[in-house]
Design a protein around this ligand. Sequence first.
Ligand code: SF4
Length: 325
Amino acid sequence: MNTTQQENLLEVNNLKTYYPIKGGILQRTVGHVKAVDDVSFEIKKGETLGLVGESGCGKSTTGRTILQLQNATEGEIIFNGEDISQLRGGKLRKIRRDFQMIFQDPYSSLNPKQMVGDIISEPVLNYERVNKKKLKEEMMDLLIKVGLPHDAYYKYPHEFSGGQRQRIGIARALALRPKLIIADEPVSALDVSVQSQVLNLLKELQEQFDLTYLFIAHDLSVVKHMSDRIGVMYLGGLVEIADKESMYEEPLHPYTQALISAIPEPDPRKKTERIILQGDVPSPANPPTGCPFHPRCAHAKPECKQKKPILKEVKSGHQVACHLY
Ligand code: SF4
């Protein structure tokens, strides 16, 4: 194992998640929705990788497949040096405690009939035989760490605001002291006024708990705030991946350029030209030939309709899938 591999907490190699399309009287498989189509990336220990793209681009399915909430069709998911993509049963269960998810909707992801203390203790009780008194003290301590009062332990989800409920969801995700957190649009259901509080909390907790994040969002300002590196997805594939500075200062892929041009510029004196994308995202059940972005790309050339570009490094640490480079 070389040093680079040692530093990676997660490596995803050629990951594919396809859903069969059934048709005809016999309900035979007549095609596939290629929700995730040959995606590869790595996340180093302690790093935050942001995954962005429009709704339906496959970013959430990528997260769910890594967590094995969804079976991979093909590919490797190497966590801490071990390929976990084929693990099942007890072995999968054992490794699963090391990665947790924070969901988009704090309203629906918490059981309204359970006391907060029970909600956040549940993952621990599923894995360990523990002294109940000690666990209660630990969970109260955890509530304080996520910015809630310790007596939140005795309350129910409906007694909290949206931001506070997301803090409960974060406490639940941290209860098992995981190594990797996959946060799927963790602030998009919250009021703008509380979004930055929750994002700052996630950053503080990352230091405190030595966490690695895969941060999934459609909002590029949010991803910029959180991430060290960023991957841009389009129609099930990664089209660009780079560190935050290169991605925002010099986006290479025409799709990334359009997404970044749509971020509101806080300084009205700075003139920025917004690139308006034509057309809608095509269906992943019937993707275009060649470059999947070609029907919407202002720079498309004949080659783009024939040949699918592969992700390649064009500058140090900056990879793009586009025939222009
Ligand atoms: Fe546009 Fe061609 Fe690049 Fe695709 S490969 S993004 S169509 S220029």
